[in-house]
Every structure is written in C-alpha cells, then in structure tokens.
Design a protein around this ligand. Structure first.
Ligand code: ZN
Length: 625
C-alpha cells in the first residue's frame, strides 16, 4: 500500500468511529448490562449471542469463535479489507481528513475509495440497463446459449457494455463523476475510452454487496482485444488476489453450511446457485491463492480448528491437476479441509446443468474427495505400479505429500491410503516415507510434487503460536482470569506493584504472559489497552487480552478492596501450591544426611505457612470467584 497514514489520524478515526454504531450496521446489538452490548456473531453461525461489544473500550470479542479487536479490525475482518483500507473507509464515514506520510511512493487520496465505489455502482446499473437495448441482444443470446434466462440475468445483475467507446464515460460524467474517479475506478482508460467495450459483464462484489469491479467476456468475433475474459485492472478497491465472484450471494450460506465451493468461471457460479449449490464462488482473472483461502476460512468461521470444507471443482484434465497441486502447496492446514469434485466427462458445472440438469451439479459437489487423495493418486499413477521399483519410486514421490502434513493425527490415515493405492505393506510405506524425509531432495523446486508446476507460489507462513489457550471455565484458573480482567479493565484499583502479585503466581502460561505484557506498557494512560494489544506479537496472547478486556467482571462496581482481595486470592493459591511442593520435597529429603538443605526448606515452609494464614485472614479465601 502506498504511503502510510499519520498515527494521530488513525487515533482520531478510532476515537470518532463508535464501535457500537459501526458493528450495529452488521449486527443487531442488545444491551447486555455493565456497559456492554450483545448480538449474534457475524463471523460464525450461532443462535444464542456470544458476540460482545464494549463501547467504552472500543473493543469487540466473540466468546464463541474468538474473533475480537477494535473498530478498525472489525471493518477489516467483516469486509475483508487491509488495515489502510479499513482506516480509509472509517475516515470517510466520520469525516477525518487523513494525512498520508509519503515514503517515496504515490500517496492515497482521501475519499477516493468512496468515489470509486459510487462510480462502480452507477456503472453496474448502467450496464444492466443496456441488456434490454437492441445492441444488448448479443449479450442476451450469449446467456440464453448458456442456459440463463432473463430472471437469471437479473438475479446476477449481468450487464452489457456497448461498443461505442464513450457511452459509459459520458453517462457517468453527466451524473457528476470526475474523469479522475472514472479512471481510478478502472471504468475509463487514461485517454478517455470506456474500459469495457462490446462485452457481457459480471459485476464482482464484496460480501457487503459493493461493486468492486467487473469481469467481461468477449462476444464479438471482431473484438479488438483477443482475450476471452478481461477484468477490471487493479484499483484501490479491486485487488484480484482478494476478490471472489459470487461472494455477495454465498457469504451467509458459507457461514451457515461451513462449506464453500470454488469454481472456475462466472457462468459456473451462476449455474451452481441456480442448481441449489448456494455456496459457490470463483476467483476472477487469476488463480485461486492464499488470500482467497484466508477469506473463505474466515467466512467458514474457524478458530484454528480444522472444520468446514472448501470444495474445488476442477476439470479432470492436466490444467485441473495442476490447479489442484497449486492449492496443495498452500497452507497444509487449509489442505486438510480441502476437497475436489471432478466431473468424469470433463464437463464444467455450466455445461453439466445444461446437459444433465441441476441435480447433476449438486451431485458433482456431493461426490467430492479429499484433495490430498486426489493429488496423491495423480502422483502415484505416474509410475508403473506393476513393478517393485515402480512402487518404491511412487511412494518416494508421494512421501513429501505425506510429510508436509503438520497435523500428526492425519498422517496415519494418509499412510494407509498411500499403501492401498500403491499396493504395499503400510509399515514398508512408513519406512520409505521416513527415509525420504531424512534425505529430502536437495532443493525445494526439485521435489517430485513440485515438478509439474513451473511457478510454485510460496506458502505464506500462517501466524503460529505455541501458547496453549486457557479454558475460560476452568475453576482452578478462575482467580487468575478474574484478577487479569480487573487489571486490564480497572487498573486504577490496584497499587503500583499490582498488590504484590508476581508473574510466578500464575499457573497458566498464557495468563502469565498477559500479566508480563501488562508490565511492558504504561498502564492507565489514554489508549493504553489498545497499545497493549498492538504491542503483543503472539496471536494467542493478543486474542486473550482482547477477551479479558471485554469479558464482564463478576461484580457491577468493583472497588479497591475487591481488587485487593482478588490479588490476595491469586497469591494464596500460588502459595498453597508452593507449600504442597515444598512438603513433597521435604519428604524426599533426608534430615540427617542433608541437614542444611532440609533446614532451609523447613524455614521457607514456615514462612509460607505464615503468609498463607495472613492471606486467608485478609478474607480472600471467602471471595467469590
Ligand atoms: Zn463468533
């Protein structure tokens, strides 16, 4: 992204954009008491609300799926925008003029994004009107030939771009759009010609139904542009690696059914929706990539857990196999929830609907098999499995497929399937895979699984964390959780040393890490909670901080006595643990042969017991946590 937004402006946007109002445009929020609001989570399918917004802190958190953050990250997640785009959208809304810090690259013009979206909307409407004109006949004939009637064309807002060369430009200029906005939107070329001329157009929308750009198909034999399909060029709003055709129609179904079906073309997506496969989408003018995968995973609504499925309908030909391999090289977590549906006669979903009817399209999707099995099968059958050396070579070629799986619980199943495919004993296969792992091919691009793909996209590292997620309902950890909620939400109730609580008092490493993170920031200053969350690198700890900032504390009006009792409670449990451990060590120490150590431990024990009595007397033992 070009340039950087001034930090003060970002802070101002965050302050002015009220999170309850922004979220309220997407989620019906009800008062949940304690200054919080509750609603049904837009990021996962649920019937009882676990999505909470705390306007006073500007944060949201879902106790069901774990999504959480501030108003900017809400907009980023809900509309699949980058940070800068989300800030711009909010700035437009609340009237903040963003100052862009130039770093040698062209800057971002404030408000341009909104102008582009408005121009795109107006263009989509214009194109749709052209469908019913005399010139639009060719577009209607094209659609009819693909099995789509007028109702279908209207449902998908299909349009037609006339051939004249300036009609769209003149129409939009008359409506008051600036020439610059039309060029920035990719609707008009620099020299004033309409970008699309004489083409059938599919509007490509985001999940919020804003038109981001268009895909256009050639319908005239004498079209000066040879490409069968052209798409809107990259603009501020249209990023081909981030957009999916059909998302506006499928978004809520993807979340509900925990499934997305990825097809190859616009007409395939139309055929799918008209056949009852209402989770279908397609990449536009580019191969399906990592960013698309992330977008779908977010809509399916996982939280690190491997659930839901993404089904690809590939052609069974070489191109389809290549596409499958490309997906396979991505994030292996993604691979394990990925399926392939291959039509045996090579028909795409659009042709399938015409020739065999809508049920055949549904059956195709239902016939999906796991992607790893499809890819493994393709690799293995390049070898002569009737020969012993052919079988060994096949296993070695497939070995990287098995060993690239990060989830160990899946590896056994993969090994068993591979042994069946090749016709070898499973233990023998396991040994060969282990051998191939110890002696991998010298360079990544020489490994067999990559040999058929000339341009492998590097798999982006998924954010990882080794930190375990603490169970919020764990009674043994209730005091630690309650204490941290008070620390984060009501820091002013504690003394400067957090009432003597230390990191070592926390039994759960994630809680300890949150407490340690708190000591790294200037607590209590304006926006300190925001700074804390931003400064945290570990994604698990970050998420936990947001949860603890939003989760209500157990009393409506906590005071410093309540906070002190909580601190004592955490220390009491920690001391009690220490005492138990010390007692066990004393039992294992011989008082006669190891006198000094025994005496030291005994002295510690007496001190700890005294501290324990003191903490119990302070009343923390009776505290309800
Ligand atoms: Zn949720």
């Amino acid at each position: 992204m070009a340039g950087r937004i001034n930090d003060e402006d970002i802070a101002l946007v965050r302050e002015r954009a009220r999170i309850d109002e922004v979220v309220g445009e997407y989620v019906q929020l009800r008062n949940a008491g304690g200054g919080s609001l509750k609603g049904l989570c837009p990021f996962h399918d649920e019937r009882t609300p676990s999505f909470q917004v705390t306007p006073s802190r500007g944060l949201f958190y879902c106790f069901g799926c774990g999504e959480g953050g501030d108003v900017i990250s809400f907009v980023e997640k809900i509309d699949n925008l980058t940070f800068v785009e989300a800030v711009q959208r909010l700035a437009d809304k609340v009237g903040v003029q963003l100052r862009i810090i130039e770093d040698g690259r062209p800057g971002i013009e404030p408000g341009l994004r909104m102008q582009i979206l408005e121009a795109n909307d107006a263009a989509a409407e214009y194109y749709q009107q052209q469908m019913v004109t005399g010139e639009g006949l060719i577009a209607r004939q094209f659609l009819a030939g693909r099995g789509f009637d007028r109702a279908a064309a209207e449902m998908f807002h299909i349009g037609y771009a006339p051939r004249g060369g300036h009609q769209l430009r003149d129409h939009l200029l008359a409506k008051g759009f600036s020439p610059k906005a039309l060029v920035s939107a990719g609707l008009v070329r620099e020299k004033g010609w309409d970008f699309f001329q004489g083409r059938v157009l599919w509007p490509i929308k985001d999940s919020g139904k804003s038109v981001l750009g268009f895909g256009g198909r050639r319908v005239y034999d004498d079209d000066r542009l040879p490409a069968k399909y052209i798409n809107t060029p990259e603009t501020v709003v249209y990023k081909k690696s981030h957009v999916l055709y059909g998302l506006d129609l499928s978004r809520s179904n993807i979340g509900k059914k925990r499934q997305a079906v990825v097809m190859e073309g616009y007409t395939d997506v139309m055929a799918a929706h008209l056949s009852g496969v209402d989770t279908a989408v397609a990449a536009c003018g580019t191969a399906f990539g990592t960013d698309h995968a992330r977008l779908l995973q977010r809509l399916i609504g996982n939280n690190g857990a491997l659930s839901g499925e993404i089904v690809f309908t590939f052609d069974g030909d070489a191109a389809g196999q290549k596409a499958a391999l490309k997906v396979y090289q991505g994030d292996s977590e993604f691979v394990s929830q990925t399926y392939v549906a291959v039509e045996p006669n090579g028909l795409d979903p659009c042709d399938l609907r015409i020739k065999q009817g809508p049920a055949a399209v549904r059956d195709l999707v239902a016939s999906r098999i796991p992607l790893y099995r499809y890819v493994m099968d393709n690799v293995v059958h390049r070898f002569d499995l009737d020969r012993a050396d052919g079988r060994i070579a096949a296993v070695r070629a497939a070995a990287p497929l098995v060993s690239s799986i990060r989830d160990n619980s899946l590896v056994d199943g993969y090994l068993r399937e591979l042994s069946q495919m090749v016709g070898m004993d499973v233990d023998e296969v396991r040994r060969e895979v282990a051998r191939a792992r110890r002696n991998p091919a010298p360079a990544r691009d020489q490994r067999p699984r990559l040999s058929v793909v000339p341009d492998p996209a590097p798999a982006a590292p998924a954010p990882t964390s080794s930190m375990p997620w603490p169970d919020p309902s764990d009674r043994r950890l209730a005091a630690e959780r309650g204490f941290l909620k008070l620390v984060l939400q009501y820091p002013q109730l504690f003394d400067a040393g957090w009432n003597l609580v230390e990191p070592a008092d926390f039994r759960h490493p994630a809680y300890r890490a949150v407490f340690e993170a708190v000591s790294q920031v200037s607590v209590g200053e304006q926006g300190w909670a925001q700074a804390l969350v931003e400064a945290t690198a570990d994604p698990v700890i970050k998420q936990l901080e947001v949860a603890l900032l939003v989760e209500p504390v157990l009393t409506s009006e906590p005071d410093s006595r309540y906070a002190a009792a909580y601190a004592d409670r955490v220390r009491l449990l920690s001391v009690t643990d220490d005492i138990a451990e010390l007692k066990s060590r004393l039992q294992r120490t011989n008082p006669t042969t190891d006198r000094p150590a025994y005496n030291a431990m005994f002295t510690d024990l007496v001190e700890l017991e005294a501290l324990r009595k003191e903490l119990i007397a302070s009343g923390s033992g009776a505290l309800e946590v």
